[in-house]
Design a protein around this ligand. Structure first.
Ligand code: SAH
Length: 512
């Protein structure tokens, strides 16, 4: 690439390996580039989970399947990459696993070079190694396999590839065949014909690193039959060799939330902690923010309240976002946080308290039960008649809270500081995500339920199992027809517990 190209505003393409599906197997570099990209070109093989890490305003281009289910020809994908880059955009081409392991990364690189578009390669974790690891198979082992062969079981034109079975059988070690769901019979027959022992251990590893992953183990002679009986779905790899019988490494299934996929619907900036907690317990997490909280555009009331801060005795917060946005508004005005030093602060619950303590502020009051009615009752006992109470919160807030305060004679300013908008996620196909029957949706407010329902399209809501933080949230989910579960306490910790209980119950019932 020459400097002139840059001056003309040519963008750049990064061919990024997305890893085998588990979003956390994306590299640190890949995640940074994804967050910076103007355009994200992806296909089905890149796990959906990583797409959440792109900018909400990025352009998402799905080149996996076109309407009518025909794959987009490689030439057209190349053309899209060039076209986007010459517009001066930063383009991330996300590819499943590693971009250069049967990923056509080399072909895309050639096309970019021909067009004079600069590019970089970001290697990824290949499914050929990671999927066996997640399903308990070490691809090499001093006692079992001293070499690893990664082979395609699919030819460019769709016909059977000319695999040199004789060399593979003689070479021994672990044989990994990619793209082999439909050719498994010919692959195992090819190996047997060249003298492989019919008792050689083999496995089909289906949709590895995801909640639905399966390992079907058998001898090489019986594998094709077993795979057909189990209705193996794509993507899957065929693994042949002594390592396929390895038994000591089922770490994946031992975690409490293994096999469970959870759609987290909190606003983008609040998903981090909850997703990390769920992933730590073994869940597959899909970050799918259903709502976005935006500071209100009209600042008149806010400015007035801030000008009169000295007259207020109480500051009351009913959500972590309320705290965050309020403090952000102070910062924008270069108002020192000591301007609220004279006020007593009340919060609705632990999450809100947590956001406050991040700023070095500690609440003076928190009810035993985390809802508007209990907060109102607790405040009513403390607030003196005539005292001014500032309540910065969502535009449509809980009414019981304000009523209880007014009954106690408080002078309440209900100050809307943020609006709730519904998110649309162009990369998310909810129907597909819930099709596996083991996906839960997790809701931390009634507004996240409403946002989810709004984006649900043709999804059958009665088939959705909703893990809800509290009774108001559960009522909204039940109202939309979902099967609801409610946390014992309205905290993230209790929500994670709830998910674990649901998963344990499912295991007992033999649903999976
Ligand atoms: N570049 C990719 C491979 C692309 S070829 C990589 O490095 O992983 C596509 C094939 O990869 C699929 O047909 C399947 O054999 C395999 N594959 C990809 N992801 C997989 C997954 N999560 N589980 C099982 N096999 C997978």
């Amino acid at each position: 690439m020459s400097l002139e190209d840059n001056a003309k505003g040519t963008g750049k393409v990064w061919l990024v390996g997305a890893g085998p599906s588990d979003a956390e197997l994306l590299t640190v570099k890949g995640r940074r580039l994804l967050a910076e990209a103007d355009v994200i070109v992806y296909d089905r093989l890149a796990g959906v989970g990583v797409l959440a890490w792109g900018r909400p305003d990025a352009v998402y281009i799905d080149v996996g399947k076109r309407a009518g289910h025909h794959p987009i020809p490689q030439e057209e994908i190349n053309r899209i990459l060039v076209e986007q880059a010459v517009k001066g955009r930063r383009v991330v081409r996300l590819k499943g696993g590693d971009p250069l392991v049967f990923g056509r990364g080399g072909e895309e690189a050639s096309a970019l070079k021909r067009a004079g578009v600069p590019f970089e390669i970001v290697p990824g974790i290949t499914s050929a190694i990671a999927v066996p690891a997640y399903l308990g198979i070490p691809v090499t082992h001093r006692d079992l396999a001293s070499s690893l062969h990664i082979v395609t079981a699919h030819k460019k034109d769709g016909s059977l590839p000319d695999i040199r079975y004789q060399a593979l059988v003689e070479g021994g070690g672990t044989l990994v065949f990619l793209m082999g769901v439909h050719t498994i019979r010919s692959v195992t027959a090819g190996l047997l014909a060249e003298g492989m022992s019919p008792d050689m251990p083999a496995a089909v590893l289906e949709r590895g690193t995801r909640a639905v992953q399966r390992r079907i183990t058998g001898t090489v002679a019986e594998l094709a039959q077993k795979a057909e009986a189990a209705h193996v779905q794509s993507p899957a790899i065929i693994l042949v060799g002594q390592a396929a019988a390895f038994q000591d490494m089922d770490w994946y299934g031992e975690r409490p939330l293994a096999g469970v996929k959870i759609l987290v619907t909190r606003p983008r900036e609040r998903t981090l902690r909850l997703s990390a907690m769920l992933r730590a317990e073994g869940a597959e997490v899909l970050e799918a923010p259903a709502i976005r909280l935006v500071p209100v555009a009209d600042k008149k009331d806010l400015d007035q309240a801030l000008a009169e801060l000295a007259d207020y005795a109480w500051l009351v917060f009913t959500s972590p976002s309320g705290v965050h946005i309020f403090l952000e508004e102070l910062r924008k005005r270069r108002m020192d946080v000591r301007r609220i030093a004279h006020m007593r602060i009340a919060v609705i619950g632990e999450g809100t308290a947590g956001e406050l303590t991040q700023a070095g502020l500690y609440p003076d009051l928190m009810p035993d039960v985390y809802d508007g009615a209990h907060l109102g009752a607790a405040l009513a006992r403390e607030v003196k008649p005539g005292e001014r109470v500032l309540l910065p919160r969502a535009r449509i807030g809980n009414r019981e809270l304000t009523e209880k305060l007014k009954d106690a004679g408080a002078d309440v300013t209900d100050l809307p500081i943020y609006d709730t908008q519904y998110e649309t996620l162009p990369w998310l196909d909810l129907e597909r995500e819930f099709a596996d029957g083991r996906t839960y949706a997790m809701f931390t407010s009634a507004s996240t339920v409403r946002g989810f329902v709004k984006s649900a399209g043709d999804l059958r809501l009665s088939g959705v199992r909703a893990l809800c933080i509290g009774s108001m949230t559960a009522a909204a989910a039940a109202g939309a027809g979902m099967e609801t579960y409610t946390a014992a306490k309205p905290t993230l910790e209790a929500l994670v517990e709830l998910a674990k209980e649901a998963a344990a119950k499912e295991r007992e019932d033999g649903r999976r």
